[in-house]
Design a protein around this ligand. Structure first.
Ligand SMILES: CC(=O)N[C@H]1[C@@H](OP(=O)(O)OP(=O)(O)OC[C@H]2O[C@@H](n3ccc(=O)[nH]c3=O)[C@H](O)[C@@H]2O)O[C@H](CO)[C@@H](O)[C@@H]1O
Ligand SMILES: C=C(OP(=O)(O)O)C(=O)O
Length: 420
């Protein structure tokens, strides 16, 4: 594990270019094994999740090469193999190999995925979709066994709740199945549209992504003709927006898709941040006189659960009490005790998080319990007086592209070291 060491107090300024979306990338890489040709992605974020997915690909004899943001994957010599459980456990999205392997081989064996510790994260809707498509599903000692020996057949799947992962896994399993699959109550996240764009450009027939009804007509082969450019990461964007609003003297964010962040940017404006939004960039001027706000997380296009924690340091500067209700992950509170150690007036109770005006934060020894708790600690550490050491920083590196380099370019003072 690594630790981040932050000397707080510097004002930040300059430009930052947002990387490709983690939550697209971690679906696109497993999706690549459905292709009958090599595939190429660009604007791939340099994050631990990508490196761990490459280890999983290697175990199946799928060669990959990642240089300067371009990831080449050659699935043409793929073999069925036991997947490395350490890498599988290192990230949530390894569960996309369930759908992708089912689509490719009509069977898959995987240990349960890891990922962020943000409360219960069942996968019943994923398994329900696989069963509906014709797979036998069994579980034993933390391993899931999927077998569709009679093939996968198009069907109607009604999701009991809106799930990004289950929608993507159903698409991956259905894209080469026989006949038409209709997913109702599908999730509408931009990353799902990105995945469908990649698959459709290879010959898939996926319609309706971005709405809550997705129709997939199975095809026999998927063949890549061009490089797929991954969409910008809206959660990384939101994190830098919060940082820039909290302690920036003028920060320009480039490679942004503002339409993917409307719930968030409108909340920032309500707080009092005078964002200047252009077609693919956002300028954040220096701010003062911030207003308290109330946030409720919702499935897309609502306010993203992944952005509630990165917003809390900014909320602590407002002149009153702000609240957060996370309807997606009510137990997503890993940041709270750590921010308290830094002096923030933040608490959880009655199903909501309350953030009060905090005059000053001070550096402390803290732990990134999960990726977005870690992002909140990075922002708080840059705002605080003194030194903050963030342990378990691998949770941050899982999903923030070259974060140390980007923060230092913005005049932050951040170093990274091996931890004990
Ligand atoms: C890799 C990736 O894209 N991760 C994102 C994805 O996670 P992930 O895809 O795991 O999250 P889901 O959209 O599936 O979860 C939404 C809600 O549905 C519940 N649920 C989900 C599936 C299921 O089978 N049963 C069930 O009960 C979950 O516990 C949660 O309360 O969406 C989350 C919600 O926007 C984000 O925080 C994550 O960053
Ligand atoms: C919860 C998250 O990630 P994952 O689903 O990959 O654990 C996140 O990105 O905030």
């Amino acid at each position: 594990m690594k630790k981040l060491i932050i000397q707080g107090g510097n004002r930040i300024a300059g430009e930052v270019t947002i990387g490709g979306a983690k939550n697209s990338t971690v679906a696109l890489i497993p999706a690549a094994i459905l292709a009958d040709t090599p595939v190429q992605f660009d604007t791939v974020p340099d994050i631990l999740d990508v490196h761990n997915l490459m280890i999983i690909l290697e175990s199946m004899n799928v060669k990959s090469n990642f240089t300067h943001g371009v990831l080449d994957i050659d699935p043409t010599q793929i073999v069925e193999a036991e997947l490395p459980s350490k890498a599988i456990k290192s990230l949530r999205a390894s569960y996309y190999f369930m759908g992708a392997l089912l689509g490719r081989f009509h069977r898959a064996t995987l240990t349960f995925p890891g990922g962020d510790n943000i409360g219960p994260r069942p996968i019943d809707q994923h398994l329900k979709a696989f069963k509906a498509l014709g797979a036998n599903v069994s579980e034993h000692a933390g391993t899931v066994y999927l077998d569709a020996h009679n093939g996968l057949h198009g069907t109607r799947i009604f999701m009991d709740m809106v799930s990004v992962g289950a929608t993507i896994n159903a698409i991956l399993a259905a894209v080469r199945a026989e006949g038409t699959t209709i997913i109702e109550n599908a999730a509408r996240e931009p990353e799902i549209i990105d995945l469908a764009t990649f698959l459709n450009n290879m010959g898939a027939k996926i319609r309706g992504v971005g709405t809550d009804v997705v129709r997939i007509t199975g095809v026999d082969t998927l063949q890549s003709m061009n490089t797929h450019t991954i969409i910008a990461d809206r959660i990384e964007t939101g994190t830098y927006l919060s940082l820039a609003a909290a302690l920036g003297d003028g920060v320009m964010l480039k490679n942004v898709i503002p339409e993917h962040l409307e719930a968030y940017t409108s909340k920032l404006m309500e707080i009092g941040v005078d964002l200047q939004i252009d077609s693919d960039k956002i300028y954040v001027p220096a701010t003062d006189h911030l207003n308290p706000v109330h946030v409720k997380t919702m499935p897309y296009p609502g306010f993203a659960t992944d952005l509630q924690q990165p917003l809390t340091p900014l909320m602590s500067l407002a002149n009153g009490e702000s609240t957060v209700v996370d309807t997606i992950y009510p137990k997503r509170v890993k940041h709270i005790p750590e921010l308290q150690k830094m002096g923030m007036k933040i608490s959880a109770g009655d199903g909501q998080i309350t953030i009060d005006h905090t005059e000053e934060l001070h550096g402390a020894d803290v732990e990134a319990g999960e990726i977005r708790a870690g992002a909140a600690l990075v922002i708080a550490g840059l705002m605080a007086k003194g030194t903050t050491v963030i342990h378990k920083a691998d949770n941050i590196l899982r999903g923030y592209d070259r974060i140390v380099w980007k923060l230092n370019r913005l005049n932050g003072d951040v170093t990274i070291e091996d931890d004990d």
